[in-house]
Structures are given as C-alpha cells and as structure tokens.
Write a protein that binds this ligand. Structure first.
Ligand code: GLC
Length: 428
C-alpha cells in the first residue's frame, strides 16, 4: 500500500484519487464572441450589447453523447460542466432566472442532457458554478465587473444587495443538487477578498466567503449531497486544492499544516477556457501527455478543459487533443489509474517520472519524457527488479545489475511509436 497519507476530506475522494483524469467543459454565451470566457469583463460589454449572444445562442449541433464518448475514449473518468459562468447565463432550467438556456433557441435544459449522456458512458459528473455573476441585478459592481469603468457605477450600485444574490446562489445550488441525481463534484469559482478599488473606486470591494455566505452555501451542498467533493474557491477549505494553468512539481501540501492534500490541476488545451476561435497556443501532444504524467507522479488529478463551439460541438483542435490522450491512454492507463507518487525509496532517472499503484508496491512505472540512448539507468535498483517490459506492447526489456548498485535496462535504439513510452517494472 502507498505510504502517503493525505489530509482528511469531508467528501468522498476515494474514487477521485483512483480515477485521476477528468474533463472540464467551459460552455456558455461566451462561445459566440469566441474570444475568451472573460469577454464581458475584458471589453466592458454592457448588458444590452451582450444580449445579442443570448438571442443568437442556438446550439443545434449539441450532442453530449458525442462529448461523453470522446471523454471516455480519452481516458477521462469524470467531467465537470460550467452550469453558470461569470456571465451569469445558466445552462440549466432554473426557476430563479429567465437568463437560461431554456429561454434561448436551445429551448431545453442542457445540463440535464449532459448528466444523462456522461452517466450513460460510465463517467461521474460534476458541476462548476460561478460565484461571480455579471448579469445578476444584486451582484454589486466591483473591480472585475464589466460596469467598473462606468462614470455612474456608484449610482448603479445603489440598491444592489449582495445578500439577495447570496440567497440566489443557494436557491440555484439547491436546484442543481436536487434535480439532477447524484452529483460527484461541485466546483465553485472564485474568491477575491482583497481585490479592492482605489481612490474614487475604493468603494469597490473584493468578494469572498463573507459576500458568498460560503458557510451556508457549502453546508447546503453537503446536506443535499453528503459525499460530494467541493473545491477550495469559496474561500473555505474543503476537499480539493486547485492549482490552475500551472504544473506543480511536487505533491501539493496544506499551506498551514504541511500535510499532503487531495489536489487537482486544471488546465486548458489552448490559452482560453471558453471556445476561442483565433487563439493559437494549443499545447503539443507531448505537453498534453507530460502534464498528465507529471500530475499523477506528484499524487494529483488532472482536469483538462474543452471549450465547445456555440453550435455545440468540440472543434477539430479539441478533438485532436482528446485523440492524443485516447491513443496514449489506450496502452498506458495502467500507469495512471489507481496510481500515485512512487515511494520515497525510488529515485527517478533524469527526464523520467515515476508512478506506482496505490495497492501494489511490487510494481513501478517509469515514464520516459526524453528517450535515453540505448540504456535506462535506474539508480540503486540492482537486485530489486524481477522483470521489465514496455507497458504499451508488453515487450520484454533486458536488464542487468551494475556493480555500483544501479540497474541498467537495455532500450531499443529507436524510440517506440509512443509519445511517452512507459517501462513497467515488476519488483522483487
Ligand atoms: C479562472 C478563470 C475562469 C475559469 C477558471 C477555471 O478562475 O477566471 O474563467 O472558469 O479559472 O479554473
């Protein structure tokens, strides 16, 4: 058994750390401008102008069964969908707003179809729910709000009562955790308690657990779905630490106690969470696989994001990225699922990452991020390996114990046709 002990979590994280790999899906009206999900903030778009996206939202090619199939084939075991992002538009049929998919040309509850389709493919489902809401009339104007530069922002803010908005969030979270069956993950986003205005905008205060009334919100979620996993972005510690758009190189620890924690890195295929037509920083196939391997080798989960188009499908770039995962996971998922950071006694060779099954200390996986010439040297492993093979084709790899205590594995001079070849070691 793995010797690593993580800080106790309120939710059921056993399946989560076993499954390791999930799909994030950022979908909303922002798919129409197709230039980042923060477009309303970045271009300070007024309601009346943003309304055209509501009027033209017509995802006629939306087929969540196809989404779910691609997620499963990519090796993803769970999926988290934005039920509402910062723009305030709801993909679900909420009784508390008219700003929802059922009132657009879509004319239906898109979340319902998402949960049905992904469950049918055997994936667990999670909801992302934005704490930020640039549409709600009681969400007070602050330094992130699209109205922040309006000369009359102070006047506009009069009459806005954040407590009414906090109640709205509780009402919607109740709908989401009551009407759609078992929900495995609740992903709030995000708090900025110290992000205040200055000078004549000093009245624009940041928002955190006090404004969200996070204690009540989370208590409600846990009352409705007791085992649910909740992230840490409502400014209250819960189950998940959520490093974003960066690659931790060691197991994430609790900032105060130093304990190992359950953590999930979330990343985009390109530079945008929402569909971005003209964004070109798409990650290479090597980067995609290395991210997954790096994350699991440090005891974490990876949540990779897709931004569907406003027609409702994954564009060719996203499909190609998912195919990279599908091709690699088909042969190498044994080194990812139910695996974690290798025991401390094992030292990773240069340009390699190690993973080990949580429940089998006689197995070790060596991921070759760079392919060595002819030999792979495993430090201090002489006498510890019974058998070695490439994981992808189970072809034997011959090895010898070295006098200095290392183990030397012979590798074919030509790298196998595998983005990151994995050596599977059966230990004495
Ligand atoms: C950041 C972005 C937000 C995105 C989230 C995903 O908070 O601002 O748009 O949904 O990251 O983790």
């Amino acid at each position: 058994m793995s010797s690593y002990v993580t800080r106790k979590t309120p939710g059921d994280t056993a399946w989560f750390t076993r499954d390791r790999f999930g799909m994030f899906i950022h979908w909303g009206l922002y798919a129409l401008p197709a230039r980042h999900e923060w477009i309303k903030n970045r271009e300070c778009i007024p309601e009346e102008k943003y309304q055209r996206y509501f009027e033209h939202f017509d995802p006629d090619l939306y087929d969540p069964k196809e989404w779910a199939k691609q997620a499963r084939e990519a090796g993803m075991k769970y999926a988290v969908l934005t039920t509402k992002h910062h723009e305030g538009f709801c993909l679900f049929d909420s009784a508390y707003t008219d700003y929802k998919a059922t009132n657009t040309k879509a004319g239906r509850d898109l979340v319902r179809e998402f949960v049905d389709a992904f469950r049918a493919e055997g994936l667990r489902v999670g909801f992302y729910y934005s704490l930020i809401d640039w549409h709600h009339p009681h969400f007070t104007i602050d330094m992130l709000h699209p109205r922040r530069d309006d000369p009359d922002a102070f006047e506009q803010n009069k009459g806005r009562d954040i407590r009414i908005y906090a109640q709205y969030m509780r009402d919607q979270v109740r709908e989401l955790l009551t009407n759609y069956g078992k929900i495995d993950v609740l992903w709030f986003d995000f708090s900025y308690p110290k992000h205040h205005g200055e000078g004549d905008r000093a009245w624009m205060r940041g928002k955190g657990k006090a404004e969200w009334e996070s204690e009540e919100l989370i208590a409600l979620a846990r009352e409705l779905q007791p085992g649910i996993i909740i992230d840490n972005r409502a400014e209250l510690e819960q189950d998940l630490w959520t490093p974003e758009q960066r690659q931790p190189l060691e197991w994430v620890r609790h900032e105060k106690t130093g304990e190992l924690v359950v953590w999930e890195a979330c990343q985009t295929f390109s530079g945008s969470w929402g569909y971005h037509r003209d964004e070109t920083t798409w990650k290479s196939p090597e980067m995609l696989i290395r991210m997954l391997v790096n994350t699991v080798s440090c005891g974490g989960n990876l949540l990779m994001n897709v931004g569907p188009t406003a027609r409702g499908y994954f564009d060719h770039r996203a499909e190609a990225a998912l195919k990279v995962y599908a091709d690699w996971m088909k042969y190498n998922s044994r080194s990812i699922y139910n695996c974690t950071m290798a025991e401390p006694e094992f030292e990773a060779p240069i340009d390699c990452r190690l993973t080990q099954p949580v429940d089998d200390e006689k197995r070790l996986y060596v991921h070759l991020l760079a392919y060595p010439f002819r030999f792979l040297i495993l430090p201090k492993m002489a006498g510890k390996v019974r058998y070695a093979q490439f994981l992808h084709d189970a072809s034997e790899l011959l090895f010898e114990d070295m006098e200095n205590g290392d183990l030397r594995i012979q590798l074919p001079p030509i790298k196998p046709d595998m983005i990151v070849p994995v050596v599977e070691l059966f230990l004495e």
